[in-house]
Design a protein around this ligand. Structure first.
Ligand SMILES: [Zn+2]
Length: 369
């Protein structure tokens, strides 16, 4: 931020142009470099807190909002407004609107892929509108399929995928991989964040849990989950801060933002593993909100309990036998092939289960009949 200085925007030269979007001006600031005032661009409003994201001129609304929806340097309230703006145009939101009102006018439903224009550019007929609603539903179904199957978006660029749709629904044009990645997924994610928040703001006795991990890239990521009383689990935040150290203060700030936006009085518990930073962060949350009870690493403790039970002499010979059996079949492809054949004959669907080295509870599943 020390290198930037706010710049004056050029006034529009005449009528027309892009429709103004107030939220866009809330999250992006027209900026110039201090050393080179001629070099102008847009910066994230979170630059004052450390965000380094910038955009070239002209800024692309979708890209700016996509960043702002998850930028952790922006206030939670502003982020929520961005999510509402983005989510309003998500494929799922369009389908929900169409379901509510099939006869909605085209001005209320933004143009989508596969839109059929009437000859001469006149208003589309009811028949065409129902087709538009159908195509929007296809967009939504493809989006759900891609997300739930974990399929990479570039699959949508394969000519085989396009020709399949050309055969099935000739006038429908499925979205491209980049459209799916840059537009549809961020919009739907924003819509889900809004819906999840609305739901959680009606719940009581919530628990927040968090844990750190490393992805294959590698990136250092902290995930925060919110669990409801009836055991519904919501992945609420994934904080990637590889360039910074995950200090207790850093984790505390993220936790506090999550708790504050949902409502501190709705929470009853906070849980994490027992490292120095995570313990420090949850202690600070507890001192801010004393009714949020600390549940110190129950999963790990339960795991240790299983380990202690396995050490009881009565179980030892059985466990030894079990480990040797599993190991033998794991190493011998010949034996495991014959085991498969015999299982099929005897109609035993369940095969052998390995025992995890650090997950002591898996010994139960391995030894189960
Ligand atoms: Zn940012």
């Amino acid at each position: 931020m020390d290198d930037y200085v706010d710049a004056e925007r050029d006034e529009p030269r005449g009528p027309g142009g892009v429709i103004p979007c107030p939220i866009l001006d809330d999250v992006s600031i027209f900026t110039a470099l201090k050393d080179d005032p001629e070099k102008r661009f847009w910066r994230c409003v979170g630059a004052v807190n450390g965000c380094t994201t910038t955009w070239v001129i002209p800024r692309v609304k979708g890209r700016v909002l996509k960043h702002a929806a998850t930028c952790r340097y922006i206030s939670a309230d502003l982020q929520q407004k961005v999510n509402e703006e983005l989510g309003d145009d998500a494929p799922g939101a369009r389908v929900a609107r169409n379901a509510l009102n099939q006869s909605v006018s085209q001005s209320a439903v933004p143009a989508a892929h596969g839109t059929i224009q009437s000859a001469g550019g006149s208003q589309p007929s009811v028949y065409e509108m129902s087709k538009l609603a159908w195509y929007e539903m296809l967009d939504y179904e493809i989006l759900k399929f891609m997300c739930c199957s974990g399929m990479p978006p570039h699959v949508l660029n394969l000519k085989e995928w396009k020709s399949m749709w050309a055969c099935a629904v000739p006038k429908y044009k499925p979205v491209s991989g980049s459209n799916m990645e840059d537009t549809q997924v961020p919009r739907e994610a924003a819509r889900i964040r809004v819906l999840a928040l609305q739901y959680l703001q009606t719940c009581e006795r919530l628990t927040i849990s968090f844990d750190g991990g490393t992805t294959r890239r590698p990136q250092s990521v902290y995930t925060m989950h919110v669990t409801t009383e009836d055991k519904k689990v919501f992945l609420w935040a994934g904080d990637e801060a590889s360039a910074e150290s995950h200090t207790a203060d850093h984790i505390y700030q993220i936790l506090k933002a999550v708790i504050d936006i949902i409502g501190p009085h709705r929470f009853r518990g906070i849980s994490s593993d027992n490292t120095g930073n995570t313990t420090g962060a949850r202690n600070r949350i507890h001192s801010d909100y004393p009714w949020i009870l600390i549940l110190p690493d129950p999963c790990h403790r339960l795991n240790l309990l299983c380990n202690d039970i396995c050490k009881i002499p009565y179980f030892k010979p059985h466990i030894k036998n079990l480990r040797r059996t599993v190991k033998y079949f794991k190493k011998s492809t010949f034996a495991s092939a014959h085991l498969r054949i015999r299982r099929k004959k005897l109609k035993i669907r369940r095969g052998l289960k390995s025992i995890g080295k650090t997950r002591f509870g898996t010994i139960y599943h391995s030894g189960r009949k």
